[in-house]
Design a protein around this ligand. Structure first.
Ligand code: ZN
Length: 337
């Protein structure tokens, strides 16, 4: 522990904070508004879960930790790490008074479910029997491509979904696929299949590509952007951010699901961790169950594309996703107790 790091240590008991209040001896209030967004003192948001907050770099970077979990957050940044995993908040942390603040929605709909699923009161922890797998693209929609290697995303998404179906059925889940062959299904149609099947969980499987940046590689996981937040890729807020979509019903469980999927994917595949992100993709917006969209790797990166092209690696991807489901299942079971 460095001298800087040991400069300040805060310990909190569970603190109710329904209204603005003075906090400890410091000139800091529990809640503030920044550009119209509600923020909460990080020491209170995490203190209610028994976490301690410590400056790593005074007035800039904090380490928040319990016995098992370690989080780093920084003034002005939406990026945090949770046990080393990259997680994108909806709004950046801000420094005010003598502490960092995070948005109330990030505190309640991102960190609370990930760190303490049993503390989430609404909606109740979901069931987990029917899982809908959605292999991205198909038919005339090839998805992303690596033309030099003659690789189409649509074939790999279907292959991984079929492998994952076998693994999940072995675990006793009922699995429904949005497609089992090379056909085009509109995005809304995929959500309809899930909703008609009364899905408890929806997993959309994709591979990434980016033009002109062949070095870019790694895995990322998307869940629905919470109501009133902007998506990870949106630098600005938009009036449509305030719309409540069907996918917002499960905001806290989406975060928990996304965290476990991303953790297992990068943990098992050893891919570069591009993070747990938020987007209002059509399938995430329209599906009524907890839902996740995984981008397992980049077809535009030659080394990663060559791996994805092997059936052995696609089997590993399926194993990682199945493990993500298992660890999410364990977390919601714990939450129900
Ligand atoms: Zn795709």
């Amino acid at each position: 522990m460095s001298a800087v790091l040991s400069a300040l240590i805060f310990v909190f008991a569970g603190t109710a904070c329904a209204s603005p209040e003075r906090h400890s001896a410091a000139s800091t209030v529990a809640h503030i508004k920044v550009a119209g967004v509600d923020y909460v003192d990080i020491r209170i948001a995490f203190g209610r879960l028994g976490f301690k907050a410590v400056w790593v770099e005074r007035e800039k970077r904090m380490r928040i930790h319990s016995d098992k979990v370690e989080i780093y957050t920084e003034d002005g940044k939406r990026d945090v790490t949770v046990n080393g995993l990259r997680v994108l908040m909806g709004e950046p942390a801000v420094f005010r008074g003598n502490t960092l603040y995070i948005s109330r929605i990030d505190a309640d709909a991102l960190f609370l479910p990930i760190l303490s699923p049993s503390s989430v009161k609404t909606p109740p922890a979901p069931a987990l029997r029917v899982i809908v797998l959605d292999p991205g693209h198909g038919g005339q929609d090839a998805g992303t491509q690596n033309k030099a290697l003659k690789l189409d995303e649509k074939n790999f998404t279907l292959d991984v979904a079929k492998r994952l179906r076998v693994l999940l059925e072995k675990q006793g889940f009922k699995v429904v696929m949005t497609r089992t062959d090379d056909r085009f299904i509109p995005l809304a149609g995929r959500a309809e299949i899930a909703n008609r099947a009364e899905a408890d969980l929806f997993i959309s499987i994709h591979f990434n590509a980016v033009g002109g940046a062949p070095a870019v590689n790694g895995s990322e996981t998307y869940v629905m952007t919470p109501q009133f937040h902007r998506s990870t890729g949106s630098p600005l807020r938009d009036p449509s951010d305030s719309v409540a979509n069907p996918g917002n019903f499960n905001d806290p469980w989406n975060a928990l699901l996304g965290y476990h999927m991303q953790a297992q994917m990068v943990g098992r595949l050893g891919t570069f961790d591009r993070g747990l992100k938020r987007a209002r993709f059509a399938v995430l917006r329209l599906v009524k169950s907890p839902a996740v969209l995984v981008e397992a790797g980049y077809l535009s990166n030659e080394a990663e594309a060559k791996k994805i092209a092997t059936s052995a690696y696609r089997a590993e991807i399926a194993e990682a996703l199945a493990q993500g489901v298992s660890s999410y299942a364990l977390a919601i079971t714990t939450a129900k107790r």
